[in-house]
Design a protein around this ligand. Structure first.
Ligand code: ADP
Length: 419
């Protein structure tokens, strides 16, 4: 019998019919994936119809798997992707249908394949959490965090032989990595600018000492040879200039110490802070005696620090506590408490105190609140202390009430690994 030839109209109708069925099939698949269907009826080739139920609990899990904002996949021990969700497909810039059934190794750069293989193998023994980089469909790489656990689904189509598969949750780290890179860049720029400033402060304070010495010598000659030979105004001007020299020397010398904290700091060694304090108190002996100050302290710990710098910290804080005393004889107490990862030190006095609005400002270079001549100083001491504490990865702050004394607190990390 001759075959009936299909007309163009027949072919069009057939094509339309096929398109419709395909759309229906896609919608059904989407509905299954989105958990909108509880049961499906499948007709086998012999014409028998069978009902497959997708019961309630499964549906919730399916929804979770499909709608979660992290990539998720079930991987065979050989790297075959048995199943994965759309988030992973989007992350890898690859259509879902291409991903399922492909091998995960094909999404790793050649040199990273052994790393991924190790990750999958290690997971077969126990859960793993590692960072990795996948190649994407558009030839970029995506940094990810892979959290993987071994699963044994005896009755699952994913492991028909009961062998172990790997369940992976894959988080896209692109944003986090970018933020980390930005932070690192800012940190590098700040470090560079800090180094430049230190260099500048070092050169300024070091190289200006020589001309200052010359000025000082000339002024002394001027005073010796011309005092009373010029008029009284000239004598006074020479005296002003002479008075300014030691102050400028002190400023430059403090600035030099400040610029040396990082460049010339010694390595950290296990140090008995109590011994450091004893030495400091010996140095401060004359001023303690002169002011009848009473300095007491708690037992202090042994810590990994730069001992000379630690002494500078105690010396600056205690001498300030004595310098900014009130009407009564100074009482200074140094204490230390262990707060887990840090030791918190405090230097408490009964002095004139500080107004709350200045409590942060005083740690800046050249900041002085009490510029009366009775309180000599350059305004560099607390800036030096702050810089030393920061070199030790600690923090410093002050608590005070005018007229009721001040407490300067600082922390030093206990663990060397913190550095
Ligand atoms: P300096 O002591 O040379 O003036 P510092 O940097 O050591 O400089 O201190 C900055 C300012 O902070 C001081 O001028 C003073 O006004 C204030 N200050 C510091 N320590 C104390 C204290 N223990 N009590 C009151 N004020 C203080």
């Amino acid at each position: 019998m001759a075959k009936t030839k299909k007309t163009l109209e027949d072919l069009r109708n057939e094509n339309e019919d096929l398109r419709l069925r395909l759309r229906e099939a896609e919608e059904t698949l989407d509905a299954i994936r989105n958990g909108e269907i509880d049961a499906v009826v499948a007709t086998s080739p012999d014409g028998n119809e069978q009902v497959y139920t997708l019961n309630g609990a499964d549906r919730a899990y399916r929804l979770l798997f499909e709608t979660m904002n992290e990539g998720a996949a079930m991987i065979g021990a050989d790297g075959t992707v048995y199943f994965c969700n759309t988030t992973l497909a989007k992350m890898l810039r690859s259509p879902l249908e291409n991903l399922i059934g492909s091998n995960l190794y094909s999404f790793a750069k050649e040199q990273d394949v052994p790393i991924l293989r190790k990750l999958i193998n290690d997971t077969l023994a126990e859960p793993q959490k590692r960072e990795f980089q996948f190649k994407t469909g558009n030839h970029f790489t995506v940094p990810v965090l892979v959290s993987s656990v071994p699963v044994k689904l005896a009755t699952s189509p994913f492991s028909l032989d009961g062998s172990v598969s790997v369940c992976m949750i894959i988080s896209d780290l692109t944003e986090r990595k970018k933020a980390e890179a930005d932070l690192q860049q800012t940190f590098d720029e700040l470090t560079r600018s800090n180094e430049d400033l230190e260099e500048f402060a070092y050169i300024a304070s070091h190289d200006l000492q020589e001309p200052l010495r010359n000025i000082s010598t000339c002024l002394q000659i001027l005073e010796k040879d011309y005092k009373s030979k010029l008029d009284s105004d000239a004598d006074q001007l020479i005296q002003y200039a002479l008075d300014a020299v030691p102050r400028m020397k002190a400023l430059m010398s403090d600035l030099l110490s400040y610029s040396r904290i990082n460049r010339k700091g010694a390595p950290f060694v296990q140090t008995d802070c109590e011994k450091v304090l004893e030495k400091t108190l010996l140095n401060l002996g004359p001023s303690i005696e002169e002011t009848k100050a009473k300095v007491t302290h708690d037992p202090l710990p042994k810590l990994s620090v730069d001992p000379t710098q630690m002494m500078q910290v105690f010396q600056n804080l205690i001498s300030n506590a004595i310098k900014f005393r009130g009407d009564n004889a100074p009482r200074v107490h140094i204490s230390s408490t262990n707060a887990g990862e840090d030791w918190v030190f405090s230097v408490k006095d009964n002095g004139i105190g500080i107004e709350p609005r200045y409590l942060e400002k005083i740690f800046a270079l050249f900041q002085r609140l009490h510029t009366k001549t009775s309180y000599e100083g350059t305004g560099v001491g607390l800036a030096i202390v702050k810089k030393i504490i920061e070199r030790h990865r600690g923090q410093i702050w002050a608590e005070s009430e005018p007229g009721k004394g001040s407490t300067f607190c600082f922390t030093i990390p206990t663990l060397e690994s913190n550095r």
